[in-house]
Design a protein around this ligand. Structure first.
Ligand code: NAD
Ligand code: UDP
Length: 316
């Protein structure tokens, strides 16, 4: 059945791919964004589709639109972006989510909130299960985002309990792919661009900290399956459980780009989590979901995207 679906943050990295996927599934899409960390060009190719609408709006301002479903993604997402204006990050995470929940309540839409593995902080439990309450520094430089998202989760369950809003919470682990921002400082985009330009690869700390990288198409399949579940299962981790060190990622990127880059070790940011890996047992059991795209394939696609971005050509 064709639905009318709102994607907040729809012009961003994940949001733009999600808009494409939902149009591909036959739905109408309203993309809402204030372009704080993105650009119109991410969704320009969708503008000719009569089922696609682009709306410039800041989610910290109330808004009501008649839709059947809402994917609420609007929020600065990389440490560099969310720490630039921490007060604004908290406002977006909290007021923005409140406004989206008010809209869901008003128009009786089902809503999914984009939460994050950051709610687990620097975890003492490994891998992280949804039942783990986390280990977050409430006053550190990452707190604006981590606590903002934790509050967004609290708001979501409160709207469900108090007003019966049908909601889902997805805890997203590090995701990568084409259309990542070239300058938001996230590790995959940084390493790929540095390697393609034969510049030093900036490894923070010793590079022994771990992350688990999920390719964007895998993540979005999880989103759609989660929103379609008949009952609210509580928060669900969506991510790739294949854990690797940041140094391994750096070496793999150099190899796959045939780069002359060398590793350059720099200071580890404050409160940088030492380990992160999702337990995806709940997503497997509930959604029949697991990631399909290997790091070699996903990184290959991302390298190709950034080569095009830099105007580099493969020798043929
Ligand atoms: P992104 O920066 O590319 O996208 C965020 C989008 O939200 C941008 O288009 C931005 O302009 C928009 N936005 C920000 N503030 C807004 C506001 N006040 N009003 C309207 N729009 C606003 O980042 P992304 O990686 O696509 O992340 C999307 C969501 O997923 C975020 O909520 C983020 O916290 C969550 N998430 C992402 C990852 C990841 O690895 N990519 C991991 C965990 C959680
Ligand atoms: N990182 C790095 N070099 C970079 C960018 C990031 O070593 O140029 C590290 C960072 O310290 C963290 C990991 O890579 O340990 C992932 O960083 P990112 O900002 O992508 O996401 P996070 O998981 O920290 O939110």
């Amino acid at each position: 059945m064709r639905k009318r679906i709102l994607v907040s943050g729809g012009a961003g990295f994940l949001g733009s791919h999600l808009c494409e996927k939902l149009l591909g599934l036959g739905h109408e899409v309203v993309c809402l964004d204030n372009f704080f960390t993105s650009a119109r060009r991410n969704v320009e190719h969708l503008l000719d589709d009569h089922r696609f609408e682009l709306l410039r709006h800041d989610v910290t301002e109330p808004i009501i639109i008649e839709v059947d479903e809402i994917y609420h993604l609007a929020c600065p997402a990389s440490p560099v972006h969310y720490q630039r204006n921490p007060v604004r990050t908290i406002q977006t995470a909290v007021h923005g989510t409140l406004n989206m929940l008010d809209m869901a309540r008003e128009v009786k839409a089902r809503i999914m909130i984009a939460s994050t593995s950051e709610v687990y902080g620097d975890p003492k439990e490994h891998p992280q299960r949804e039942s783990y309450w986390g280990h977050v520094n409430p006053i550190g430089p990452r707190a604006c985002y981590d606590e903002g998202k934790r509050c967004a989760e609290s708001l979501t369950v409160s709207y469900a309990r108090q007003y019966g809003v049908a909601s889902r919470i997805v805890r997203i682990f590090n995701t990568y792919g084409p259309r990542m921002h070239e300058n938001d400082g996230r590790v995959v985009s940084n390493f790929v661009l540095q390697a393609l330009k034969n510049e030093p690869i900036t490894v923070y700390g010793e590079g022994e900290q771990t992350r688990s990288f999920c390719y964007v198409s895998d993540l979005l399949e999880g989103f759609v399956r989660l929103l379609a579940t008949p009952d609210d299962p509580g928060p669900v981790n969506i991510g790739n459980p294949s854990e690797r060190t940041i140094r391994e990622l750096a070496e793999m990127t150099i190899k796959m780009t045939n780069s002359k880059s060398q590793l350059r070790f720099e200071a580890l940011p404050v409160d940088d989590p030492t380990r992160r890996c999702p337990d995806i047992g709940k997503a497997r059991a509930l959604l029949g979901w697991e990631p399909k795209v290997s790091i070699e394939e996903g990184l290959g696609n991302t390298i190709k995207y950034f080569k095009d971005y830099l105007g580099q050509r493969d020798p043929s």
